[in-house]
Design a protein around this ligand. Structure first.
Ligand code: GUN
Length: 294
């Protein structure tokens, strides 16, 4: 079994990005600037956004954190998005999800200028992704592709089973693994809450990508020998013995599944840090595209 070490690979990517940013600075060019908007006080979301902003500082980007109260109206958020769209200083921005119930998420995502949509959630960018056009690929799926590529994991002709059809991970992942090229050229099965006999399907999989959010869902008897296991789950599970009072737990019963797997991502230290690294990569790309249009 080989660990797909997202912590290490994400560090490598950040070093590569930092070198490019240093070169931009040395050339007297503007450096990438990412803004992150967070609405409300959800602890996990605040932690993720904090990590994204901290990562910007590490690679030499400029960053702006926009915190809005949980009572923010849709109109107020759309106004903030308009400001960010029009601010020439900002190269890319994200609106952290989920949003409070009074705000229509689709309306918000559609209001973001596609050229600044470094999450790749705007329908224009999502459509381009599905059509193999140059775009921003959503950071978590992009991070998984990068891990598979850097470890040389074969995907061509393999059966990839994706668990979960979220717009952020499962759905785009299912499209990307079936695309022409590497990583891709897989035969993809997208499973979800209405799928019958899911274990019968996962035991046929060469590659399982679980993005369900149910701790320890994927058991050893649900996977075949030498399968590649990608765990996207990051659920906080209460644990009074830990310092924070909770532990981050993946979808995969790592202890037992890892004994059968050929490659497996740990949680934490697998997909999570890759998501942040690829958001930085998209932001760098956004800056380069704006520079080339200036
Ligand atoms: N919530 C969970 N993952 C993500 C992500 O990748 N981007 C945004 N904007 N919100 C999220």
């Amino acid at each position: 079994m080989q660990l797909l070490d997202g912590k290490k690979v994400s560090e490598d990517i950040k070093v590569e990005i930092a070198a490019e940013v240093a070169q931009m600075r040395a050339n007297g060019e503007k450096v990438p600037h990412l803004a992150a908007v967070i609405v409300g006080n959800d602890g996990a979301s605040l932690t993720y956004v904090g990590s994204k902003v901290k990562a910007c500082e590490r690679v030499g980007f400029e960053s702006t954190l926009v915190k809005m109260p949980s009572t923010t109206s849709e109109v107020e958020l759309l106004k903030k998005i308009k400001q960010l769209n029009e601010d020439d200083n900002i190269d890319g921005f994200i609106v952290q999800l989920p949003l409070p119930p009074q705000i229509d998420t689709q309306k918000v995502l559609m209001a973001i200028d596609p050229t600044k949509d470094v999450d790749g959630f705007h329908p224009e960018n999502f459509g381009k992704m599905a059509l193999d056009m140059s775009t921003f690929i959503p950071a978590t799926p992009f991070g998984i592709l990068e891990l598979l590529e850097r470890y040389g994991v074969e995907t061509q002709g393999k059966h990839t089973v994706v668990i979960g059809r979220s717009h952020i991970v499962g759905r785009p992942m299912s499209i990307l693994m079936g695309r022409k090229g590497f990583p891709g050229n897989s035969t993809v099965t997208l499973t979800h809450s209405y799928t019958k006999n899911i274990a019968q399907i996962t035991t046929q999989a060469d590659i399982v990508i679980s993005a369900l959010g149910v701790p320890n869902y994927l058991k050893a008897e649900m996977v075949k020998d030498d399968a590649v296991i990608i765990d996207v789950g990051i659920t906080r599970v209460m644990d009074e013995t830990s310092e924070k009072g909770y532990v981050i737990t993946g979808d995969v019963d790592f202890e037992n599944v890892s004994k059968k797997a050929s490659f497996i991502t740990p949680v934490p230290g697998g997909v999570g840090p890759m998501t942040i690294a690829m958001l930085l990569k998209n932001t760098l790309l956004a800056r380069e595209r704006r520079r080339d249009n200036e």
